[in-house]
Ligand binder design. Structure first.
Ligand SMILES: [Zn+2]
Length: 132
């Protein structure tokens, strides 16, 4: 079996654009907040809140990126699930995603469609799937 999206785990699953966005979000949040709060003679407070808020933003973006990559390899619409996970407040969208996500799928070597791990044959072309 050739390396595919199915075999990626954890951090490798997060799209590059999400990692870059997370880094930018952190830097932006940190810079703006520490500048704003340090203006008001609260030196140190701005740095503290800046890094807290920056980590929060970066963490959310990375988690959204993970949901995107994970939904894609499970044959679920990645854009819709990422939007849902991000838009439902208090992290409930992410909880919902991890509760409702489908089991892992593998890619049919013959036709390239995603096939659930427990099926013996590809439903679209009928090729026998290799058992793990
Ligand atoms: Zn097939």
């Amino acid at each position: 079996m050739t390396p595919s999206a199915t075999e990626q785990t954890g951090f490798a699953l997060i799209p590059m654009v999400a990692k870059v966005l997370a880094a930018c979000g952190f830097v932006l949040m940190f810079t703006v907040l520490s500048w704003m709060l340090n203006q008001h003679q609260a030196f140190g407070l701005g740095t503290l809140f800046g890094s807290l808020a920056g980590s929060l933003i970066a963490g959310t973006i990375l988690l959204a990126g993970y949901v995107y990559g994970d939904a894609r390899r499970r044959g679920m619409p990645p854009g819709a699930w990422t939007a849902l996970a991000v838009l439902i407040p208090n992290g409930l969208g992410f909880v919902l995603y991890f509760l409702l996500r489908k089991p892992l799928v593998c890619i049919c070597p013959a036709c390239g469609r995603s096939v659930s791990m427990d099926s013996a044959f590809c439903p679209s072309c009928g090729r026998a799937m290799a058992r793990a």
